[in-house]
Design a protein around this ligand. Structure first.
Ligand SMILES: Cc1ncc(COP(=O)(O)O)c(C=O)c1O
Length: 431
């Protein structure tokens, strides 16, 4: 059959014969084109995109400024390798990244994916401190490489069957207040780790997402990052903020950690920083970043010219279109929409929360936080896609609906998406 005659189901069957099943897809929908917050599949059906390719196209699908920058770069050259003959766009992007990061006298490196950024953050922390240990949090997600799987605090599907993981990684409970874990509980657990598992003098870094992403969209409670900063200072431990999902304007600030006024030693960014082009970065204090020797950091495609050109265009768009403000505006509208659903279905929507345009609702049975309703989350996402809305779930318990629209979404598309969401909810949850 000619490719042009194939529908979604044909492609799904063809994919099943060419892909290993481990690389699954949420929806049997094959994209043909996309623009800002709209996407069309190979059958010509249109969708509103409330997922942005999992927090990547924050500036919308194919933002004209990003596309123009890419064309220009592609006409000039596509690859020379940053470690052989670097290029101005990489230097400019590193300068800008260091300037926007909430870190004094920052330095950056580029890599290609979020997992690589986290790997390198830990390499740098270990080289800078000469210590092996790393503490991460339960429910956290940091990527799919071996070190990152070890750091990730969710077994299925990320760790199951994939061990052994690297030694000297420990987990403390993430302070998800809705699940009954307070900041104080989490700090007490860290102290316990220092007594029972590893002395603080052997810990290189504590790694945390300021708003836990895959784990369920739990923002850290007020004051927690400040306490973590003090704990790190007390023991000479580096604080590493994984801002790969929260980064770049999504939460209403360039970085979510800015809300706490806390300076991390290192932060990682990826996803939204280049509007869909695979580039990621580690930014940190110069004294820390210069821990590894020359040649110790890098990668063939690290900081590719196309990624850098797109990254510069994305930063311009964020500034010109005031996307931090837009994230707040979009987030407030989403929160109102989800709270209306909660008012209508108080037994099913246990919690609505968000920071900027990183918004979620947690689905439960009989209003009980201890009884997650993953089946409802799954049914809701399926119904939504059938009705023309790309909607994602997350959460260690699989019962959280997360919304990550492009920050540039047209207000009428936001309304359209919320209407589909409400109708789908009504269909799945009953009257
Ligand atoms: C917080 C966080 N860290 C790391 C990663 C891994 O990024 P990548 O999939 O680009 O390797 C993700 C991806 O979802 C993430 O959300």
């Amino acid at each position: 059959m000619a490719s042009g005659d194939m529908n979604n189901s044909d492609w799904q069957q063809r994919k099943a014969k060419a892909f290993a099943r481990g690389m699954g897809n949420l929806f049997p929908v094959f994209a043909a084109r996309a623009r800002n917050a709209e996407l069309w599949d190979v059958e010509g059906k249109r969708y509103i995109d409330f997922g942005a390719g999992i927090a990547v196209v924050n500036t919308g699908h194919s933002h004209p400024a990003v596309v123009a920058a890419l064309h220009e770069q592609l006409d000039a050259f596509s690859h020379t390798c940053i470690m052989v003959t670097p290029y101005p766009a990489a230097v400019e992007l590193a300068e800008k990244l260091c300037a926007v990061a909430p870190i004094q006298d920052a330095r950056a490196i580029f890599v290609s994916t979020g997992a690589e950024a986290v790997e390198n953050a830990i390499k740098i922390a270990r080289a800078a401190t000469g210590r092996p240990g790393v503490i991460a949090f339960s429910g956290g997600f940091h990527g799919r490489t071996n070190l990152c799987m070890g750091l990730t605090g969710k077994v299925v599907p990320y760790k199951k069957g994939f061990g052994p993981f690297t030694p000297d990684i420990y987990h403390a409970p993430f302070p998800a207040e809705y699940l009954g874990v307070t900041g104080a509980d989490s700090l007490a657990a860290l102290e316990q780790l220092f007594q029972s598992e590893i002395e603080p003098g052997r810990v290189a870094a504590i790694l945390i997402e300021p708003v836990q992403g895959e784990g369920g969209f739990y923002p850290v409670p007020d004051g927690f990052l400040e306490s973590l900063r003090s704990l790190c200072n007390q023991h000479g431990i580096l604080l590493v903020a994984d801002e790969i999902q929260t980064g770049y304007a999504r939460t209403g600030r360039m970085f979510a950690i800015e809300y706490a006024g806390v300076e991390p030693d290192i932060l990682t960014v990826a996803k939204g920083i280049a509007g869909g082009f695979p580039i990621a970065a580690v930014v940190g204090r110069q004294a820390v970043m210069d821990g590894p020797e020359p040649g110790g950091l890098g990668g063939t495609y690290a900081g590719s010219p196309l990624g850098c050109a797109a990254g510069l265009a994305v930063l311009d768009v964020i500034e010109r279109e005031r996307l931090c403000d837009r994230a707040i505006q979009v987030g407030e509208r989403l929160l109102t929409g989800l709270r209306e659903l909660q008012a209508r279905y108080p037994d099913r929507v246990g919690d609505v929360r968000g920071l900027g345009a990183m918004v979620a609702m947690e689905l439960v049975i009989d209003g009980d936080p201890a009884r997650p309703d993953a089946a409802l989350a799954k049914a809701l996402c399926s119904r939504a896609i059938e009705s023309g809305l790309i909607l994602l779930s997350c959460g260690v318990r699989g019962n959280v609906i997360r919304i990550l629209t492009p920050l540039t979404i047209e207000m009428e598309h936001l309304e359209e998406g919320l209407t589909i969401l409400a109708d789908s909810f009504g269909h799945c949850a009953g009257p």
